[in-house]
Design a protein around this ligand. Structure first.
Ligand SMILES: [Mn+2]
Length: 323
């Protein structure tokens, strides 16, 4: 599943380097947070200095996880780091690629741990496969391979990541191995009921309001079998927490019987429209997302893209205006 030579390279970097900056993607989800923090706790436990960096602050809903206080929005000074780890994404999507390219471009060893389709050639080491549910599950195998004794804290973080990325073991990135890793994490003391409770039972009135607005605009195209809806920048400004709930919305729309694909368009940042695809047919939305933008992609059944543009209403009809 994971390449032995790559795992050996990582183990060597972990032995030889003393300080690490761990990056993840913007708008960190449970898998990203679980991966960043479990790597941090692991490295600290073997005596390393660690900086956990994310462009965006993790959701309040994740406060049940240990170690959230480690997150910083500011990357460490170049002189303080000896290696970089990028989890659950590639360096371009961390939000720091342009402003801190020195951190991410061959200056240090870069370890990329990810389960998305694309890998970045500049990284020194790729721990990468799309045949595993989540980055958190990949980290489980990495730690198992290094004979590291996973404690309850790390077990909970990894389980939360796996649970989050599989939408509670409901989507297409659940494999036989997923249940193997989950059973091992439960053995290490992970509390599945607490993860389930905290992940599922956390919808706020504001989130319901934004869902209801999106559902009121839902259309199903009979020909393309795409169920689609959108949220404008002012909707998202009105419901500040909207961003966090949108992946749940895409998953929910993907349960519509009459559709094969769901698409949620949202203008989180003014002038940028993000699209979030889900598919439950044979349509490869990873390819579809790439048609919309060069940075688009993700998985075969869940992928996204972003485009310059904004929503405008002319004569009662919403359109996307190119910028
Ligand atoms: Mn993930």
């Amino acid at each position: 599943m994971l390449e032995k030579t790559e795992l050996e390279k990582v183990a060597k970097i972990f032995r030889e380097k003393n300080s690490f900056a761990i990056f993840g993607h913007r708008g960190p989800d449970l898998d990203c947070v679980g991966s960043q923090l479990s790597m941090a706790i692991f490295l600290e436990s073997i005596g390393k200095k660690v900086y956990v960096v994310n462009y965006d602050t993790p959701s309040e809903n994740f406060r049940f996880l240990s170690g959230l206080e480690k997150f910083s929005k500011i990357p460490p000074a170049i002189s303080n780091v000896e290696a970089v780890i990028v989890v659950d994404t590639n360096p371009q999507l961390t939000g720091f690629f342009e402003s801190h390219s020195f951190l991410l471009k061959n200056f240090y060893p870069i370890i990329e741990i990810d389960h998305h389709q694309k890998k970045l050639s500049e990284s020194s080491v790729h721990i990468h496969t799309t045949e595993i549910s989540s980055t958190s599950e990949i980290i489980f195998y990495m730690l198992e391979n290094m004979n590291f004794e996973i404690d309850k804290k790390i077990a909970n973080l990894l389980l939360a990541g796996i649970y989050g990325d599989t939408s509670g073991f409901l989507n297409a990135n659940v494999f036989e191995s997923t249940f193997y890793s989950v059973s091992k994490l439960l053995e290490k003391g992970a509390e599945i009921s607490s993860v389930m409770e905290n992940v599922l039972n956390h919808i706020t009135e504001e989130e319901i309001s934004v869902w209801s607005l999106a559902l009121s605009r839902l259309r199903v195209n009979e020909k393309s079998k795409i169920a689609h809806t959108f949220l404008t920048h002012s909707d998202i400004e009105k419901y500040k927490k909207a961003g966090e709930t949108l992946s749940g919305l895409s998953n929910f729309l993907n349960t519509i019987q009459e559709a094969d694909i769901s698409l949620v368009l949202s203008e989180k940042e003014e002038g940028t429209i993000k699209g979030s695809f889900r598919s439950r047919s044979n349509v490869d939305v990873n390819k579809l997302a790439k048609l919309f933008s060069p940075t688009g992609g993700g998985h075969i059944r869940a992928a996204g893209f972003s485009l310059p543009g904004k929503f405008v209403n002319s004569g009662g009809i919403w359109k996307i205006q190119k910028i």
